[in-house]
Write a protein that binds this ligand. Sequence first.
Ligand SMILES: Cc1cc2nc3c(=O)[nH]c(=O)nc-3n(C[C@H](O)[C@H](O)[C@H](O)COP(=O)(O)O)c2cc1C
Length: 186
Amino acid sequence: MESLGSNLIDEQPIPDLLPYLRGRRSIRKFKPMPLPQEIIDKIVEAGTWAPSAGNVQPWYLYLVLNLEVKKKLAQAALEQHFVARAPLVIVVCADSSRARSSYGMRGETLYSIQDTASLVQNMLLEAFSLGIGGCWVGAFREEEVKEALDMPHHLRPVAILPFGYPDEKPGPRPRREIREIVKVVA
Ligand SMILES: Cc1cc2nc3c(=O)[nH]c(=O)nc-3n(C[C@H](O)[C@H](O)[C@H](O)COP(=O)(O)O)c2cc1C
C-alpha cells in the first residue's frame, strides 16, 4: 500500500514497517564476535523511545558482558545455555518504586510490565534492523537473576535479552488467524 505521506521524519516518508515486523525472528545461535559499542548504544536508545504510562519510564537495564555472570543468568533461565553464548545479554528490570510513586498498585503491577515490554520490543526491532539477532527470554528464576546481578530490592527482572550476530536463519513461526483474534464492533 502507498504511504499516505503524513508520517514524515526529516522530510522523508517512513516505510511501512509490516515487512520488517514479519521478518524479525527470535535468534538463539550467535556468532562469537562482540557487538560494537555504537550498536549497543542504538539498541538501548531504541528502548528508551518506547511509550510508558505517564512517561514514567520505570525501567532499568543491566548490560552484561561478563562470561561468569552470563553463565549464572543462563542457569537462572532454567539452563537455557544459549544465553551464556550471546556476546551481550541485557537484563530488563521494572523499577517498582518509580512505577508505584505515580500510579500506585496499577502502576506497579500492570503499567511497569507493559512499559518494559514495549521497551523490549523496541530493542529487539532496532537490533533486527541493524542485523543483530536477539531473543526475549522470560523463563527464569527471578531470585537467582537478582542474586547474579546483586540487584536492589526495588528492581524486578522481567526479561533477559541475549543479543549477537545471528548464526542461524529460522523460518517464521506460525501466527494465529486474524479472524480468530479480532471482533469488529461496527
Ligand atoms: C514473554 C516472552 C517470554 C519468552 N520466553 C522465552 C524463553 O524463555 N526462551 C526462549 O527461547 N524463547 C522465549 N520467548 C520467545 C518466543 O518463544 C518467540 O517469540 C515465539 O516462539 C515466536 O517466535 P518469533 O519471535 O521468532 O516470531 C519468549 C517470548 C516472550 C514474548
